[in-house]
Write a protein that binds this ligand. Structure first.
Ligand code: SF4
Length: 370
């Protein structure tokens, strides 16, 4: 894409409600009461309808967006202005959408425009899901997938996790096999991080966590297995059947614009980054987003682009910043290439799967040369 081929912005809606708190999670979410939920929907509907922009992606993230219920998701979508071929993603939890007593209706959200579902699998091994505090078993996951397929939505993404307490290469194989056989078009594979302030951070010493090296090997195992089955890596933690890459998330990594609505949601518009504070009550009372910083400079652009398998494209960089990447940058990338950590062509610099494992230092060293 060039500057003249500017894409439309994406819309992110953060739903700050969950049915419980997973022991590793530091996302902003809380248990909802009906009154708070109704006020949240009203405020969000007002904000979304007053944006005055057309979006080509919409992403309901959280939290657990399905806690709003299918009717509220449809209501919020009817307030948004999006293009006919927009990618519209809804994050769902199998415990709320795959249970016997679940009343969540995927048909209603599909009719409202949802055409992509991101489902929190984490692991196909029930004991690992339990260790992560997940209530649903694999049975509910399968039911949720069947219900989604019944609506005609074929674009399903599964989230899985690497480095789960008790996880082994064999149990990861089980999860990867499940992913492939489920027909999912997209997989996000995140390494478990023990974040300060979470329950896991308090009991860290008691957790049976795989070692760093073992987790790295499992990452390479996931890359290898998924790619052999046609689910290709396109970002450090994301894999897709070609054509099913997340268009919304690509906006983040390509430094394109997006508007974030909801407590803790971040935006990047007209070169400015701003966000809503992490408070549902303040959000409901009408608090305005807070300015964070100017964004989209060379360093940030390159840092984000290096998360992608396509890497930093020379031409795109030149069109955006009106000059080329410095020679020393390319030279250092060639040094990384000689170590098997990067790939340099006449079009781009990118990190290899092994390079992604040391991405923090590789990206830091490269961006220091800008
Ligand atoms: S369901 Fe997701 S957002 Fe909610 S507590 Fe668990 S990990 Fe966090």
């Amino acid at each position: 894409m060039t500057m003249t081929e500017k894409t439309l912005p994406g819309l992110y809606i953060h739903v700050p409600f969950c049915r419980g708190k997973c022991p590793y999670c530091d996302f902003y979410s809380a248990l909802p009461d009906e009154e708070t939920k109704a006020l949240y929907v009203k405020r969000t509907e007002e904000l979304v309808s007053s944006l005055g922009k057309t979006f080509d992606t919409v992403y309901f993230g959280g939290g657990t967006p399905d806690t709003l219920g299918h009717g509220n998701i449809a209501r919020l979508l009817s307030a948004a202005d999006f293009t006919e071929n927009a990618e519209i993603t809804l994050e769902c939890n199998p415990s709320g959408t795959g249970g016997e007593n679940s009343t969540f209706d995927f048909c209603t959200v599909a009719e409202a425009g949802v055409n992509r579902i991101s489902l929190g699998l984490q692991s196909a091994v029930d004991s690992e899901r339990k260790a992560l505090g997940r209530k649903a078993g694999i049975k509910e996951v399968l039911t949720a997938i069947r219900r989604i397929n019944d609506t005609g939505i074929d674009n399903i993404s599964l989230d899985i996790m690497l480095g789960i307490p008790g996880q082994t290469p064999a149990s990861l194989s089980e999860t990867l096999e499940f992913c492939v056989s489920s027909g999912a078009k997209h997989i996000s594979a995140y390494m478990l991080k023990i974040e300060d302030g979470t329950y896991f951070s308090r009991i860290k010493d008691k957790l049976d966590l795989p070692g760093e090296e073992e987790t790295s090997d499992m990452y390479l195992q996931a890359v290898d297995y998924l790619e052999k089955h046609g689910i290709m890596q396109y970002e450090i933690s994301n894999f897709a059947v070609p054509g099913y890459e997340s268009r919304h998330n690509l906006k983040y990594w390509r430094c394109e614009e997006y508007e974030g609505i909801g407590p803790s949601a971040h935006s990047f518009m007209s070169g400015r980054r701003y966000y809503y504070p992490r408070s549902t009550s303040d959000y409901i009372s009408g608090i305005q987003p807070v300015f964070d910083c100017e964004g989209g400079d060379e360093k940030e652009y390159v840092m984000l682009a290096l998360r992608l398998k396509e890497g930093v494209m020379f031409e795109r960089f030149r069109e955006r910043f009106s000059h080329s990447l410095p020679e020393r940058f390319v030279e250092y990338a060639k040094f990384l290439e000689s170590k098997g950590l990067a790939e340099v062509s006449d079009k781009s610099v990118s990190l290899s799967a092994k390079g992604f494992l040391v991405s923090n230092s590789a990206i830091l060293n490269l961006t220091d040369l800008l």
